[in-house]
Design a protein around this ligand. Structure first.
Ligand code: ATP
Ligand code: MG
Length: 262
C-alpha cells in the first residue's frame, strides 16, 4: 500500500555540494512514483553564518548549544537559504517539491528538556497530516529541522526550537510508518573500533556503540534516531551521500553502508 512505501531521506549538511547527485536521484524517485520525504540539516552552513555574524558556537555530544541569537540564524539559514536552495534545485530538474520546516502545518512540536543545550528540542511530537496532503498530491516535502516550542513559558523571545536533523527525520519516519529511513552522510557507514564499516547491527548493538563511545559526535544522534524510528520503521540505513547516485543505488537494493534493524 501507498502508506508503507514512504521513504524518509535525511540529507546531511556535509554531503550537499556542487557535484552532489542526490537532487537528481530525488527527482528520479519522484518520477518513479516513490513517495519521498526529505529532511535536511545544514550544520556547516549554519556554523559558517554564525562565524560571519560573530556569534560563538558550541556542541555538546554532537548537538548544537542554541541561544536565541543562534536560533534566529539557524532558522534563517536552514528554513530559508538551505531549504529554498534544495527546493529550487529539485524544481530546476523537473521535480515537484514543497519546502517547509517542522513548524509549518505544526508537523513537529518539541519540548526543551535539556537546558544545557539551550533552545533545542529533545522530545518531539509529530503530526504528519500536512506531509500526507503533499505526498497524495504528488509533492515531495522538504523539511528543515526546526520545530515549534510546545512550552510557551514567556521566557523565550522566540517560539521555535532547534532540532537535530537526524532526530526529526526519525520522528517523522515513525509517524508516517515509513518503510525505510535513510541517512545520507559523509562516511561510508558506521565504523567499528578498527574503522571497518559494519554492514548490519540491531538496536541493542546500536545502544552499546553509543555507551562504549565507538559511536561519537554526529553518529550518536543517528544511532539514537534509529532507536526512535525502530518502533515503527522496519529499516534504518546509514549510507555515504558523497558517492554518486548513492540514493538511487540504495532504492535499487545496490546500496552499501550500515543497516540497523530491530
Ligand atoms: N563509529 C562511527 N562511525 C562513523 N562515523 C562516526 C562514528 N563516530 C563518529 N562519527 C562521526 O559522525 C559523522 C557524521 O555525523 P555528522 O553529524 O557530522 O554528519 P551529518 O549528520 O551527515 O550532517 P549534518 O549534521 O550537517 O546534518 C562522521 O563524519 C564521523 O566523523
Ligand atoms: Mg549530524
Amino acid at each position: 500500500m501507498f502508506k508503507s512505501k514512504i521513504i524518509v531521506v535525511k540529507i546531511g549538511g556535509s554531503t550537499l555540494g556542487q557535484h552532489d547527485t542526490t537532487i537528481e536521484d530525488l527527482v528520479t524517485l519522484q518520477q518513479k512514483r516513490v513517495p519521498v520525504v526529505v529532511v535536511h540539516g545544514g550544520g556547516n552552513a549554519v556554523t559558517d553564518w554564525l562565524t560571519r555574524l560573530n556569534i560563538p558556537t558550541r556542541f555538546v555530544q554532537g548537538l548544537r548549544v542554541t541561544d536565541s541569537d543562534t536560533l534566529r540564524v539557524v532558522t534563517a539559514v536552514l528554513a530559508g537559504l538551505i531549504n529554498k536552495e534544495l527546493v529550487s534545485e529539485i524544481g530546476k530538474r523537473g521535480g515537484k517539491a514543497v519546502g517547509i520546516s517542522g513548524v509549518d502545518g505544526l508537523v513537529v512540536t518539541g519540548k526543551n528538556k535539556n537546558r544545557e543545550l539551550g533552545l533545542t528540542a529533545e522530545e518531539l511530537t509529530c503530526n504528519p497530516r500536512l506531509l500526507r496532503v503533499l505526498l497524495n498530491n504528488g509533492y515531495m516535502p522538504v523539511i528543515a529541522s526546526i520545530c515549534l516550542n510546545e512550552e510557551l513559558t514567556g521566557r523565550e523571545e522566540i517560539n521555535l526550537l532547534n532540532v537535530n536533523g537526524d532526530t526529526i527525520a526519525a520522528q517523522i519516519a515513525a509517524s508516517l510508518k515509513a518503510s525505510k529511513l535513510i541517512f545520507l552522510t559523509d562516511v561510508p557507514g558506521i565504523y567499528d573500533n578498527s574503522k571497518q564499516v559494519i554492514s548490519r547491527i540491531d538496536t541493542g548493538t546500536a545502544r552499546t556503540m553509543i555507551e562504549s563511545g565507538t559511536a561519537a559526535g554526529g553518529m550518536i544522534a543517528k544511532l539514537e534516531a534509529s532507536l526512535i524510528a525502530s518502533q515503527k520503521v522496519a529499516l534504518t540505513r546509514i549510507i555515504d551521500g558523497r558517492v554518486d547516485h548513492a540514493l538511487l543505488d540504495e532504492i535499487e537494493g545496490k546500496g552499501k553502508g550500515t543497516t540497523i534493524v530491530n
